[in-house]
Write a protein that binds this ligand. Structure first.
Ligand code: HEC
Ligand code: HEC
Length: 155
């Protein structure tokens, strides 16, 4: 948005720019190209450099934090009403894929059903892996957890 599309020599105007930061983190740069009939500089490129702060992931938190607001909205609420693969993708994949703190799916597959079930129910102390069972304050029933174990072992 420009305050005026007509500026006399020496006159000033204002340009409003809106940057969408969804999904962005850290230092980002955007440019705005301004075209005019100024004979010396027909194009001026304005550079906007900003630091996008992630309000959720910069602080220290306990493993169970993802079960309550505001974390739950992204971390576990999307799994509500789902089972098996869909539930795993909603609740687990964020941490269990290459480059993330939890073992990738292919490694989980190598575990026994009992080990997968008990880690999922009770969590792994000293890590950010929370116990997902109701007993631990998590969102999943034993049936939900069984559906994940079946998905991991079958695929
Ligand atoms: C707006 C959605 C959203 C909210 C709210 C949110 N997270 Fe996340 N979180 C994500 C996404 C997406 C990822 C995966 C990021 C990636 O893959 O780089 C993630 C990743 C994580 C991870 C994995 C760490 C890693 O190394 O990737 C942890 C732990 C985590 N979040 C904890 C929390 C906690 C605790 C809160 C609340 C204080 C929270 N999150 C709030 C979306 C969210
Ligand atoms: C906030 C991140 C996070 C989320 C969400 C998460 N995990 Fe984990 N998980 C970890 C970490 C970290 C470990 C410990 C490192 C490892 O062994 O992979 C772990 C360990 C495990 C283990 C034990 C691996 C072993 O070697 O003993 C299993 C099984 C497991 N997670 C399954 C799941 C399932 C199923 C879900 C979804 C219901 C889930 N995890 C969600 C981070 C997470």
């Amino acid at each position: 948005m420009v305050s005026s599309d007509h500026l006399m020599p020496g006159e000033q105007g204002r340009i409003d720019a809106v940057v969408k930061t969804k999904g962005k983190k850290g230092r980002i740069r955007k440019t705005v190209a301004v075209f005019s009939n100024d004979p010396d500089r027909q194009t001026v490129t304005l550079s906007l450099v900003m630091n996008v702060i992630d309000p959720y992931h910069t602080q220290k938190f306990g493993a169970k934090a993802i079960f309550s607001s505001p974390c739950a909205e992204c971390h576990v609420d999307r799994g509500k009403g789902k089972t098996g693969a869909a539930l795993f993708n909603a609740d687990c994949l964020i941490c269990h894929r290459t480059g993330k703190p939890g073992k990738p799916f292919s490694d989980l597959k190598g575990m026994t059903q009992d080990d997968i079930r008990s880690a999922t129910m009770s969590g792994i102390p000293g890590t950010i892996m929370p116990g997902f069972s109701w007993k631990e304050g998590g969102p999943l029933t034993s049936d939900d957890i069984d559906s994940i174990v079946r998905y991991i072992k079958r695929r």
